[in-house]
Ligand binder design. Structure first.
Ligand SMILES: Nc1ncnc2c1ncn2[C@@H]1O[C@H](COP(=O)(O)OP(=O)(O)OP(=O)(O)O)[C@@H](O)[C@H]1O
Ligand SMILES: [Mg+2]
Length: 254
């Protein structure tokens, strides 16, 4: 589904992503890991056109223009952010409604003549938003302001917003960060159920090893912008380069 080849991102003199290539097949769940500052979020930003990048990105074999927002989302590739992007001053239902695609937007005079159809379409959009909230377990919070939600529920709300966009590939940037153990298990269940219901292929950036191991078939490890390992989770964690990258970090932190 996704083929990213030789992606490089420079910020002034810093090479944040250095010649990284990865693919995500249809129905695959791939992990992207690495110590802080290793370029994981920047890689997602490059693929989704939020930063300038060199290299090539293909979705379903079709080459995408880099550095343009919206190019991959039009082809069914959606994402969530490291810090949940929700509007605190809107209700949960309104937050999700933003993600429901608006098909057949018309001019005002055309809309006037098609009022019944427009009203039906609008009701349909609210219904879709409600169903997405129910899917992620937030039906009871539909009228609650997003600002009043717990951190874990904000993450669920963000998932509901991408759910309504019916992605075929979803890029998740640290979806389990800040969640307690129970919430993390709940998120694994939600993503597993979604996959079983025909949900999207997933590319997951995450630090929580258990979380990744229970979901991913394959992982790619970055350090200082470069890929240092790739393979099945058990094989990757046993790789001395990966142990060094993480251990080095732990020692520095200590
Ligand atoms: N907009 C930017 N301008 C300048 N430098 C940036 C920018 N975004 C990221 N960087 C730098 O690029 C490098 C990679 O950052 P990035 O946020 O991609 O890392 P990460 O792997 O997602 O880390 P974390 O696990 O902490 O989220 C870092 O050195 C960071 O300081
Ligand atoms: Mg990051």
């Amino acid at each position: 589904m996704l083929e990213a080849d030789n992606i490089t991102v420079r910020f002034g003199g810093v090479v944040a992503v250095d010649d990284v290539s990865l693919t995500v097949g249809e129905d695959e769940i791939v992990g992207l890991v690495g110590p802080n500052g290793s370029g994981k979020s920047t890689f997602l930003n490059a693929v989704t056109g939020l930063v300038r990048a060199e290299g090539t990105v293909r979705v379903d074999g079709e080459r995408i223009r880099l550095g343009r927002q919206g190019c991959v989302s039009r082809r069914g590739v959606l994402r969530t952010f490291q810090t949940p992007q929700v509007h605190d001053e809107l209700t949960c239902l309104e937050n999700v409604l933003i993600g429901v695609p608006q098909r057949g937007l018309r001019s005002l005079p055309a809309a006037w003549f098609r009022r019944p159809a427009m009203a039906r379409a609008e009701r349909g959009r609210w219904q879709q938003a409600y169903e997405a909230l129910a899917y992620v377990g937030l039906a009871a919070a539909q009228d609650t302001l997003a600002g009043a939600l717990s951190y874990g529920d904000r993450r669920r709300l963000e998932l509901a917003r991408v759910y309504v966009g019916r992605p075929r590939l979803l890029l998740l940037d640290e979806p389990a960060a800040g969640l307690n153990q129970r919430e993390t298990r709940g998120l694994v269940e939600l993503l597993t159920t979604w996959r079983a219901d025909g949900g999207p292929a997933l590319l997951i950036v995450e630090h929580k090893i258990d979380f990744l191991e229970s979901l991913c078939q394959r992982m790619i490890v970055l350090e200082l912008g470069k890929q240092i390992a790739a393979g099945a989770p058990a094989q990757v964690w046993a790789d001395p380069k990966v142990v060094d990258a993480y251990l080095g970090k732990l020692v520095i932190d200590a």
